[in-house]
Ligand binder design. Structure first.
Ligand code: FO1
Length: 320
């Protein structure tokens, strides 16, 4: 079914999102909301400088997903990509290829880095890249300043996000997480406007500690969520005591939390007005929070759109 026949709701929807975890819901939302009414506020705590290039994994993962060009097996990077450049770096210069940058993907990092060096903001550059890939939805970095996520681990001390996640394959035990430079960052005018103009604000089923916490740490953003007229609703990343993919459950256990949707809802206390729990989970022991239990597994395109539609219709039912 095309988007034209399938616009469940004529609402402005803003989505806090990061990592591969949230992209399934984003793919569903794009089917049921007019893309021009969708704004994604994306984690940039994973960003880093590598081989002289600015790499923004979460921006690119979402951009490629919505453009239909993401690698379907990895969930990040570009489909049908090669690694000739990385191989040459290793064979000719002995550079360890620990972070896989495909040849097609490199085009994005080259152009982004050049536009940034010319003085454009990350918000402007992201908009430019997304438009050139044909996207009508708005993709906004959470802020324009670099605000790298630093993971303090038991075995390796402090690690930059991609060192922890890719080089060490999220094996080290997480002791704490901090957001470097956050005191120098600020909510951008574009993010501020998106939250003000939203009819519904969603928190995608992304990793709350790695992917959403950096967004909430941007100075002014929590206050803007409180001020917003729109209801703020999170979707659980925990289904039946486990995460679908990635380190969410492992990190929760390491931080001394029960691996449950209730612990996620508790993490978002003071931010959310509603919570989408999974139908396989226990009901939440949170009487003051509006909750619904839906199938949040999103195994295929139909399930992704169904969760997006059911979530938005549930919210529209109680938020005037
Ligand atoms: N993830 C990996 O597990 N290994 C990689 O070599 C890797 C490279 C990579 C390059 C570009 C990009 O946009 C994403 C990439 N990712 C890789 C994924 C990335 O580390 C994660 O998706 C996020 O940062 C976690 O949310």
């Amino acid at each position: 079914m095309g988007n034209e026949n399938n616009l469940a709701l004529n609402k402005n929807v803003a989505v806090l999102i990061g990592g591969v975890g949230g992209t399934k819901l984003a793919s569903g939302l794009i089917k049921v909301v007019a893309p021009a009414r969708l704004t994604f506020i994306i984690n940039t705590g994973d960003d880093f400088c590598h081989l002289g290039l600015k790499i923004c994994p979460d921006l690119d993962t979402l951009m490629y997903t919505l453009a239909g060009s993401v690698d379907p097996d990895l969930g990040w990077g570009m489909a049908a990509d090669s690694t000739t450049t990385l191989e040459s770096l290793e064979q000719n210069y002995g550079v360890e290829p620990w972070f896989r940058l495909g040849d097609k993907d490199l085009a994005t990092h080259l152009l982004r880095s050049q536009l940034l060096r010319q003085g454009q903001s990350l918000t402007a550059v992201t908009g430019c890249l997304a438009r050139r890939l044909g996207l009508s939805a708005r993709l906004l970095p959470m802020c324009d300043e670099a605000m790298p996520t630093i993971i303090s681990t038991a075995e390796q001390g402090e690690l930059g996000f991609q060192e922890y996640f890719v080089k060490h394959r999220w094996r080290p035990v997480v002791e704490s997480i901090r957001h470097q430079n956050c005191e120098k960052a600020a909510m951008s005018p574009a993010v501020s406007a998106a939250l003000e103009q939203a009819d519904i604000i969603l928190i995608a089923p992304s990793n709350p500690w790695l992917s959403v916490a950096p967004i909430l740490a941007v100075p002014g953003l929590r206050a803007a969520l409180k001020r917003a007229d729109a209801p703020v609703v999170a979707v659980t990343p925990i289904i039946a005591g486990a995460a679908v993919k990635g380190p969410t459950a492992k990190i929760m256990a390491e931080l001394g939390l029960t691996v449950s949707a209730a612990a996620v809802a508790e993490f978002y206390a003071g931010v959310i007005d509603g919570f989408v729990n999974d139908c396989r989970n226990e009901p939440l022991p949170a009487p003051n929070l509006r909750t619904v239990r839906l199938d949040t597994l999103m195994t295929d395109t139909i399930a992704k759109a169904a969760l997006a539609r059911n979530t938005l219709e549930w919210i529209a039912g109680w938020a005037a």
